[in-house]
Design a protein around this ligand. Structure first.
Ligand code: SAM
Length: 188
């Protein structure tokens, strides 16, 4: 996951907003091309750990208490939104994606790593069966969410590659990582 985070975040540029930043595991991977970094995290306990990590880091970042469904930023004000392992957990992923679309500048990008609904029907059935116990165990995470399809339904063009989260149980192993943009992928 560390390698995947680094490869993804190398593409971040300009004003960056990371939603659901958690304890800040992405912080070390942001490149110099990032001019401004805003870390959004709604959970107080996570935010406290995030604050500690930012204090110890050389990377300057602002921490904001907000949910992805309601981002406190003006329209078209962000170059890159980052979401790693977050859209599985947000209560209303469609609203979160609409907010991300609202704040992105024209040509802006959503960089993501998300675990997703399995393509294999047998694995997907297990995800459906275990969604409730897993949600209780894993702080609200839905193991069967078809996040990339949802991005497309919300108007994003998605360029993504498949991966496997080897350290995790089979129901959360299927990963997708990549870039999503509104109105077509640029630079590809
Ligand atoms: C599995 S953790 C991932 C943390 C971090 N992004 C990472 O890659 O390590 C999920 C994070 O999403 C946050 N979260 C949950 N609901 C959210 C929401 N509605 N909006 C933004 N973040 C949310 C949680 O507080 C938690 O920090």
């Amino acid at each position: 996951m560390r390698t995947a985070r680094k490869a993804l975040l190398e593409q971040a540029t300009g004003r960056v907003v990371e939603v659901g930043a958690g304890t800040g595991l992405n912080l070390a991977h942001y490149p110099q091309a990032v001019q401004e970094l805003v870390l959004v995290e709604p959970e107080p306990a996570m935010r406290r750990r995030l604050e500690r990590r930012v204090r110890r880091s050389e990377r300057r970042a602002e921490i904001v208490d907000a949910s992805a469904e309601r981002l406190p930023f003006p329209d078209h004000s962000v170059d890159t939104v980052v979401s790693t392992l977050v859209l599985c957990t947000v209560e209303h992923p469609d609203r979160a994606l609409a907010e991300i679309a609202r704040v992105l500048r024209p040509g802006g990008q959503l960089l993501f790593i998300e675990h997703v609904r399995a393509e294999a029907p047998g694995r997907a059935r297990w995800q459906d069966r275990l969604v409730s116990p897993w949600q209780r165990f894993a702080c609200g995470c839905r193991c069967n969410r078809a996040t990339v399809e949802l991005m497309r339904a919300c108007g994003f063009k998605v360029l993504a590659s498949k991966g496997t989260w080897r350290a995790m149980p089979p129901i959360v192993r299927p990963l997708m990582s990549g870039r999503a943009q509104l109105g077509g992928l640029e630079h590809d």
